[in-house]
Every structure is written in structure tokens, then in C-alpha cells.
Design a protein around this ligand. Sequence first.
Ligand code: NAD
Length: 485
Amino acid sequence: MTQKTPITVARGDGIGPEIMDATLAILSAAGARIEIEEIEIGEKVYLRGNPAGIEPSAYESLRRTKVFLKAPITTPQGGGFKSLNVTTRKAFGLYANVRPCVSYHPFVPTKHPVLDLVIIRENEEDLYAGIEHRQTQQVYQCLKLITRPGCEKIVRYAFEYARLHGRKKVTCFTKDNIMKLTDGLFHKVFDEIAAEYPDLENEHWIVDIGAAKLADTPENFDVIVMPNLYGDILSDVAAQIAGSVGLAGSANIGDQCAMFEAIHGSAPKYAGKNMANPSGLFLGAVMMLVHIGQPDVAELCHNAWLRTIEDGVHTQDIRRPDDPTPPVGTREFAEAVIARLGKRPEKLKAVSYKQAPPQRLNISAAKAASTVQAKTTIGVDVFLHWDKGTADDLGAALSPLAGPEFQLQMLSNRGMKVWPKGQPETFCTDHWRCRFVGAKEGTEVRHTDIIALLSRVAAAGFDFIKTENLCAFDGVPGFSAAQGG
Ligand code: NAD
């Protein structure tokens, strides 16, 4: 008998259990050679007092099977609960989120009949580091972290994926006209790696106009690689304009483990009503079958699903408003797919996974180690919580505290320079960035000098809330200038 592959399954919350039952019913009828280990995650686990929404024993199952088929979960509102999805992706190093979006014209209503693209979303970094602080009465902060190894891995994954899947072009979206260091790094790495793939077309768009083009003419895109937040938002947009968020599946790929899911959430309004479309989770499961080396079953399932869509068997979310036949429920949709196992679509393009390339690609971020640059600390930004007067008052009070090692170069408020020579119209909050640079500008300052400076600032009654060292790397400043500076 052929050996079964163990997989970890979680039924999740809301519509999760229904769409998981439907998905597993199709896989079972198609003869998927899998052995299910079920774990509990999500709302019940959160409400039992576990802020991660997942028990340590569940991690053991994932570590054992290395393959996770996961239904959506509900993250309870309110502080203290961490997103289980983000935690799982990061705990298991699932750095690449692969989200194919396809339109099924003319069977599923869409304004974009030839949409067929793949969004490759960086899955571990960016604003999803979850490092947030309330720093003053008025100001809250979320840290955006972008790393060179992270960029190298995801960008290389995108190019390798494109090449292996016969795609022609890789597009990158960033906002590097504003975030010159973080998104700038993502763009720079994209350009570096693109040069290694001359067989593939490449292009970069600023994310705002890129998103507009994606929504308007998605047929011009093929593979799109993006930092985490843009990828999260724009993959929902792409799935929705293809027909429904209920239609898109997603693979989260790491070096050792992988997780497969729908891109949508737990849609609580449809929970228990047998109304949800199981297709997103099902198509995630098809990617899983390819991943675990069962392309024959993946192909059987996917083609039966395409035939079902083509035959007009639709859940309510993708039904044409003028369709006289009533929509089917979640269970009936699964039964319709099962009844078509062995059939292929006649008008939609049938899939072939016989030669399917792996989802898990051999990607390394080897370059990072070889590019160590000389780092020099040349100043410090001291952030203050202060509401006792104007920028000029603060500048006058801090300037004498700078010496002998430093000089106060500028103050900014919400990134805008307000001293010296600020604009009288600029609105100021209680959160000030005070930039101290070496008394002789450009020379190195020591940590002990910074500590002495902070002692003087504190002794003068100022509430410093954090510092950021100003460093140069091979002489190139590793920090942004103030706006209006
Ligand atoms: P959602 O994706 O759950 O649903 C938004 C709307 O999209 C639904 O009301 C419905 O109209 C439609 N929709 C989604 N899935 C559908 C399906 N399978 N069939 C038919 N229609 C479908 O987003 P939400 O309402 O913002 O979030 C609900 C919960 O899901 C929240 O607790 C959120 O944190 C969680 N969530 C979980 C995941 C995940 O587990 N991967 C992802 C996103 C959101």
C-alpha cells in the first residue's frame, strides 16, 4: 500500500469547520494519500486564556508533519491577543506567501476576463513585526522592519517561482519614494536579483499607482512581489476582482514547513449556514497536494472543481445576479465536485500538475553575510515626551545640554523639521525627535557619550522615551533626513 503523508489540520472558527469538511470530503473521494492529525486553534484557545491562540502541543504536531492545512480563525477583538496566523508564519519561518488569483470568465462574474496572476507576499517582516508602543499621551508607534536577508529570500523566491512556472514577468511594488531606507532596500534587492534573471521581464511600480493599475488592468501583471502589508491588501483586491475572495487559496512556504489556507477570514456572518464557498481552502489544499508530492490527486481535484464551476454549480458569492438557478450550499458544492472527479473542464483551461515544480524552492540569503560594512555611530536621535511650549522653547532649553560631545542639529515633530527655522503653521504633538550629532559633525561618538547626554537631558527634567543611534555604513548615512530639513 502507498504510504500516507501525515498532515496537520485545524478546522478553525466561523465558516472554518464547514469549508474544511467540504475540502476534506473532496480530497478523500479523490484518494488523497494523507493521514490527518487534528489540532485545535483559534477562538476557543484564545478564550481559554492562551494569547497566542495555539497550544504548545499543536506546535509539536506541526513540527512532526511539517504540513499544515488550516481553516480561517477568528481573532478576538481587544488587546493582548496576538494574531495566530502571523505567529505561525513566523514561528515556522514561512517567509513566502503565494497567492494565485485567476478569473473564471465567463462562468464567474468579473470585469477582468483574462486575470491570471500570482502575488508573492513577504510573510514575516514589515509592519507585521507587531512591535508597537504608546510613547506619549498623544502618540503611538508601529515599527516597520525590513531586512536584507528577508528581501533577498522573497525576491529570489518570486523570480525562481516565475521561471519554474513558465511566467514571463516579475513586478515589484514598494513605496520607496517615501520610505527610502526600508522600501528602498526591498526595491534595491529586487533590482539586484532581477539582473540575475535576464530571461524574465521585470518592472517596479510605486505601490499606489501599481495598485490602481492592478485594479484596472490586472491582465498586464504576471507575478508580483511585495512587502507584507501591501501584499496582504492587494491579494484580497486581486482575488475579489477575479470573482470573489472566497475563490483564492494561499500557500505559506518555509525552508522546512508549509501552511495552506484560504486567503479570506472566518466570515462569521455565514457561520453554520451552509452558505460559504469552500473553494479558497480547497485550492489551498490543491497546492498542498502538489507540495507533498501528490500531483496526480491535485490535478484530479482541480480539474473536477473547474468543471463544477463551468457547469454553473455556484455558491451564492459567485452567482450571477441574473442566474435563474438557486445557489448551492457548501456541502452540495463539495458533492458536485466529487461527482465530477475524473472529468475535465471543456471551456476553462484544464490544469496539469504532472510536471509541477515544487512550491518549496531552494532559496538562500547567502549574500547577506558577505556584505558587512563598516559601521560608525555619528549621533543620536533622542525622542522626548514634552508639552511645555514651542519648538523654539525646546531648542533653547536643549542646546546647552548638548556639549561638549554633541551639538543639537534639529528638532522634528511627526518627522517634520520644526527647529531651527520651522514653519509657524506646522502642528506639533507632544512627541519630539531631537537630533544630536557630534560636536565636530561626522566624527564618531561613543556609547558612553550618548549615556552622558541622556543623563544631562534627564537631570534637566526631560522625559526621554527612546533613542535611535545615527549610524553611517561605509560612510553612507543609515538614517533619513527630516522633512523640510
Ligand atoms: P472575512 O474574509 O472573514 O469576510 C469578509 C466577507 O467576505 C464576508 O462577510 C463575506 O461576504 C466574504 N467572504 C469571505 N469568505 C467567504 C467565503 N468562503 N464564501 C463566501 N463569502 C466569503 O473578513 P472579516 O469579516 O474582516 O474577518 C472575520 C474574522 O476573520 C476576523 O476575526 C479576522 O481576524 C479573521 N481573519 C482570519 C484570517 C485567517 O484565519 N487566515 C484571515 C483574515 C481574517
